[in-house]
Design a protein around this ligand. Sequence first.
Ligand code: DGL
Length: 272
Amino acid sequence: MNSPIGVFDSGYGGLTILRQMRQMLPQYDYLYLGDNARAPYGSHSFEIIYRYTLQAVAELFDRGCPLVILACNTASAKALRTIQQNDLPQLDATRRVLGVIRPTVEAVGSLSHTRHVGVLATAGTINSGSYEMELRKLWPDMTVTGQACPMWVPLVENYEFDSPGADYFVQKRIEGILRRDPEIDTLILGCTHYPLLMDKILKYTPPGVRIVPQGEYVAASLRSYLTRHADMQARLSQHGTCRYLTTENAEKFAESASLFMREAVTAEQCRL
Ligand code: DGL
């Protein structure tokens, strides 16, 4: 039986993390779950995001994943700690759930010279204060400015990320955050959907401001985690496969996911 690494996101965004993980760690099996039917998560309350995320983790556990990556900042900000501390001991204390915020925060320390960093994320992530808290804890010399970008996830989920309409929302948020702190030299894309808007993001970002997508750092952090946890590594099956689950229509998911992953994807519908 396969024991894949579970990768969860509210929709398509986690694919930007999955792609990097598969590039860096191609030997493992992966099982992706997108809760597209209930995306976006960003504007939901804590209780709802926690409940949805817990359902997804339980589903991935049921399907044999010893390790689940919450490839979603909103879920990492709102649900990860409670799941790790309260639910995991009851569900299965030998399995693990990891998030995407910590690896990103660790990486950013060496990237900013002005020590002024901006975070672009969903309203849920920004309002949770998770990035500010983690960044200040690890890098006390940093000035952190957060900016919610409420329309960006719906643009991706509705396959409008390339449309002229997307320009307006991307430009507005980037100019907005740089106006609030003109000394920012590093902008964290604190939502896994945002790399899918990269062309537009780069178009409106002045030279000298670095854009930091998370995939590479999350993948590197997973690699290091598995090196340090040989017991977990030994439990993961290694046939290089990747399967996809969605709570929405499977054909619709497969079509978009194939474009995002740049390879043919087939998907299966699942109910949470
Ligand atoms: N990809 C999720 C994140 O990283 C988007 C959340 C949403 O569905 O709004 O935050």
